[in-house]
Design a protein around this ligand. Structure first.
Ligand SMILES: Cc1cc2nc3c(=O)[nH]c(=O)nc-3n(C[C@H](O)[C@H](O)[C@H](O)COP(=O)(O)O)c2cc1C
Length: 331
C-alpha cells in the first residue's frame, strides 16, 4: 500500500494519503486490538499505539485511522480561525533515508469546522480522541494564550485530552512559547474543564530547557507530554532546506534519548503523568521498545508512510509473538 505513495509527488501523496487509506480500509479493515490496554484519567486505551498530530489536521478521517487498528487518534493542529499553510513547496521526503520534511505551518479549516467534524463522529469512535491546538500565525506570541484558552475551552467538549503544540518549527516564534510556559499554561488547563492537557515539545531543546519545560508544565498541573515534534537538525549532505522540520529516521535516537532523559528527570512524578513517545518509530519493534522504556503511549507518522498501513496490526502481532515466547520460557 505504501508503494503507491512512493510514486506520487510528495505534496500529492500527503493530500491523497487519507483518501487512499480510506479506500484501502474499505477493503481491508484491521480490528482494534487489545494489547497493553490501560486507563488514564478515566480514559481507556485499548492499545497504546496511536495516530499523531498532523495526519488528520481537520478531523475528517477518524473512521479510517480506527480501521487501521489505532488505539487512539490525535487530530490537528487546529487553529481558532481557518488559515492557509505556508506558500511554496511545503512537503518533501527522502524515501531511501526514511525522512519526511515539512513546513506546512498549521493549515487548518479552523475551530468551527473541525469541532463540527469531531462532534459528528465522536459517538461512534469508541477510541480516545486527542485534539492538538495551536495559535493562528497572526496572533502575536504575547497574546498566544488567548488562542490556546479559546481552543481548550472549545474542544474540551469533544476531546478526551488536549495537546498544546508549542513545538512546531513552522510558525514563526512558536517554539519561544516553550520558554515561559508557567506564565500561561495554568489558564489553558483551567479552560479545559477537567480534560487532561498534554504539552508537545521540540526535540531541539537543550537538556536544561527540556527539564525546565517538564518542570513548569508539571507544576502548572498539566497531565503529560508528547515527546517529540519534528527537528530543525539536518543530516550531513541533506538536500532539505534549513527551514521546516524533519521527521523519520533522524529522530529515532534523539526522540528515544529524550524519552529516557525525561523519565529519569521526572522520577516518581511520572506516576501521575502520561508520557507519549513519537519520532522515528519506523518499525513495530521500535514502538514496543519505547513502551518498554516507559512510554505510556506511542505514535508514528513516518512509520505509516515508510512501513505502511499494516504498522498497527504488525505491532500487535509482534507483541503477541513476544508474549508467547515469554510464556514458553516461563513454563
Ligand atoms: C507532514 C507533517 C505534518 C505534521 N503536522 C503536525 C501538526 O500539525 N501538529 C503536530 O503537533 N505535529 C505535526 N507533525 C509532527 C508529527 O506529529 C511527529 O511529531 C513527527 O513527525 C515525528 O514523528 P515521526 O518521526 O513518526 O514522523 C507533522 C509531521 C509531518 C511529517
Amino acid at each position: 500500500m505504501n508503494s503507491w505513495l512512493k510514486w506520487l509527488p510528495p505534496s500529492w501523496a500527503h493530500g491523497l494519503a487519507p483518501v487512499g487509506l480510506g479506500i484501502y480500509t474499505s477493503f481491508k479493515k484491521f480490528p482494534t486490538r487489545e494489547w497493553r490496554s490501560f486507563e488514564f484519567a478515566g480514559v481507556r486505551f485499548p492499545n497504546p499505539l496511536g495516530i499523531p498530530g498532523g495526519m488528520d489536521k481537520n478531523g475528517t478521517s477518524l473512521e479510517t485511522w480506527k480501521s487501521l487498528g489505532a488505539g487512539f487518534i490525535e487530530v490537528g493542529t487546529v487553529t481558532p480561525y481557518a488559515q492557509k499553510g505556508n506558500p511554496g513547496t511545503v512537503i518533501d521526503r527522502d524515501w531511501h533515508e526514511q525522512l519526511l520534511w515539512n513546513k506546512l505551518g498549521f493549515p487548518s479549516h479552523g475551530s468551527d469546522d473541525v469541532f463540527f467534524n469531531l462532534k459528528s463522529q465522536k459517538s461512534e469512535l469508541k477510541i480516545p480522541l486527542f485534539v492538538n491546538i495551536g495559535k493562528n500565525r497572526t496572533r502575536p506570541n504575547e497574546e498566544a494564550e488567548v488562542d490556546y484558552i479559546y481552543l481548550a475551552d472549545r474542544f474540551s467538549e469533544v476531546a478526551d485530552a488536549l495537546v498544546v503544540n508549542v513545538s512546531s518549527p513552522n510558525t514563526l516564534g512558536l517554539r519561544d512559547l516553550q520558554k515561559n510556559l508557567n506564565s500561561w499554561l495554568k489558564k489553558v488547563i483551567d479552560a479545559s474543564r477537567g480534560k487532561p492537557v498534554l504539552v508537545k515539545l521540540s526535540p531541539d531543546l537543550s537538556q536544561e530547557d527540556l527539564f525546565s519545560c517538564l518542570d513548569q508544565c508539571e507544576e502548572a498541573g498539566c497531565a503529560g507530554f508528547i515527546l517529540t515534534n519534528t527537528t530543525s537538525q539536518r543530516p550531513g549532505g541533506s538536500k532539505f532546506p534549513v527551514e521546516g522540520g524533519l521527521s523519520g529516521k533522524i529522530l529515532t535516537e534523539t526522540s528515544r534519548n529524550i524519552l529516557k532523559k525525561s523519565l529519569l528527570h521526572l522520577g516518581p512524578r511520572k506516576n501521575h503523568l502520561l508520557v507519549v513517545s513519537v519520532g522515528g518509530i519506523l518499525t513495530p519493534e521500535e514502538a514496543l521498545a519505547r513502551l518498554d522504556l516507559g512510554a505510556d503511549l506511542v505514535q508514528t507518522y513516518s512509520g505509516l508512510v515508510f512501513y505502511g498501513p499494516q504498522f498497527f496490526e504488525d505491532t500487535y502481532q509482534r507483541e503477541a509473538q513476544n508474549r508467547n515466547i515469554e510464556q514458553r520460557v516461563e513454563s
